[in-house]
Design a protein around this ligand. Structure first.
Ligand SMILES: [Zn+2]
Length: 256
C-alpha cells in the first residue's frame, strides 16, 4: 500500500530479477489486460519483474485474464471481481522463519488471524504450518516501509503477503494493521480510497481506476472513504491499531 513504485513502463533492467523474454511478454499481457479491465495505465507499475496495481497489489497473469472474463461492467468500488471460493474454509497463513523472528510481525499475524476469525466469516484463518488447509498464504518479509500482496485467482486467495521490515520502527498496531490490510488484498479487497489515494496518502489526487471489472461496491458500505475510515485505506497512519471499522466489518461479513 505504501510502496510508491517508480517504474512506469514494462521494462527489463539489469537489476530486475526474473528478467527474460518470457517474463517480459507475460508482463506485457498482464499490463494490457489490466488496461482493458479499466485500470488507468499510470496506475499499473512493474517492479522487480512483477506487475502491480494501486502501488501494492501484485497481479498474476491468471488473475489479469480472469478480470477480462467477467461480463459485469461496474462503476462501483471496493472489491475485485475475483473472490475466494466458499469451498476454501480454512486458509492457513504460514510465516517464513525471517518473518516469525520479528516479534512485531509474529504478534501482528496472530492478532490479524484473531481479528478475522472474530467475525465468523465463511473461512477461518489458521497459523501455519498446520494441517487441513484449503489454501495457504505465505507471510514473508520484504524491504521498505509498507507491504504488498495480490488479488485472488482461481477461487484461491493470493499466495503471499510481503511485509516491509521498515515497519519495525512503528508500533505493534501498525504491523498488525498492515498485515490485516495485505491479507485483505489476498481475499479480494481493493483500497477503500482507490478513487483518490490522497484521502489517506496525502499529496495530489490519484485514482487507481473506477471502470471495468476491478472495483465493485460492496453492499452496505459507503462509496466514499475517510481518513482512518478503513483498514483498506491506501496508506496507514502511525496511530493505527489494527482495529476493524464498522464498514470494514460490513464489507467482510457481506462478502464472506
Ligand atoms: Zn494496499
Amino acid at each position: 500500500m505504501f510502496k510508491r513504485a517508480a517504474v512506469l513502463a514494462v521494462s527489463c533492467g539489469v537489476l530486475l530479477t526474473g528478467c527474460g523474454k518470457d517474463v517480459e511478454q507475460e508482463n506485457q499481457e498482464i499490463v494490457s489486460n489490466l488496461v482493458k479491465a479499466g485500470f488507468p495505465s499510470d496506475d499499473v507499475t512493474v517492479v522487480d519483474g512483477a506487475v502491480y496495481v494501486g502501488g501494492d497489489a501484485h497481479v498474476t497473469l491468471e488473475a489479469s485474464r480472469e478480470m477480462l472474463q467477467s461480463g459485469k461492467e461496474s462503476q462501483e468500488q471496493y472489491r475485485t471481481t475475483n473472490l475466494v471460493s466458499s469451498t476454501k474454509t480454512k486458509i492457513c497463513v504460514t510465516p517464513t522463519a525471517a518473518f516469525a523472528n520479528i516479534s512485531l510481525f509474529s504478534t501482528g499475524l496472530n492478532q490479524a488471524i484473531s481479528r478475522y476469525n472474530a467475525l465468523g466469516l465463511t473461512f477461518q484463518l489458521a497459523l501455519g504450518p498446520t494441517t487441513g488447509c484449503s489454501a495457504t498464504i505465505t507471510a514473508q518479509t520484504t524491504t521498505g516501509v509498507g507491504g504488498s500482496s495480490g488479488f485472488p485467482s482461481g477461487g484461491n486467495p493470493y499466495g503471499a503477503i510481503n511485509i516491509g521490515t521498515g515497519l519495525t520502527s512503528y508500533s505493534q498496531g501498525v504491523s498488525t494493521h498492515v498485515i490485516m490490510h495485505e491479507i485483505g488484498h489476498t481475499i479480494g479487497f481493493r483500497h477503500s480510497d482507490y478513487y483518490n489515494r490522497a484521502i489517506s496518502c496525502g499529496g495530489t489526487a490519484s485514482n487507481e481506476g473506477t471502470a471495468g471489472v476491478g472495483a465493485v461496491l460492496i453492499n452496505g458500505t459507503p462509496a466514499t472513504a475517510t481518513v482512518g475510515g478503513s483498514v483498506m485505506n491506501s496508506c496507514f497512519r502511525s496511530s493505527e491499531t489494527g482495529t476493524w471499522t464498522g464498514t470494514d466489518i460490513t464489507a467482510l461479513t457481506t462478502l464472506y
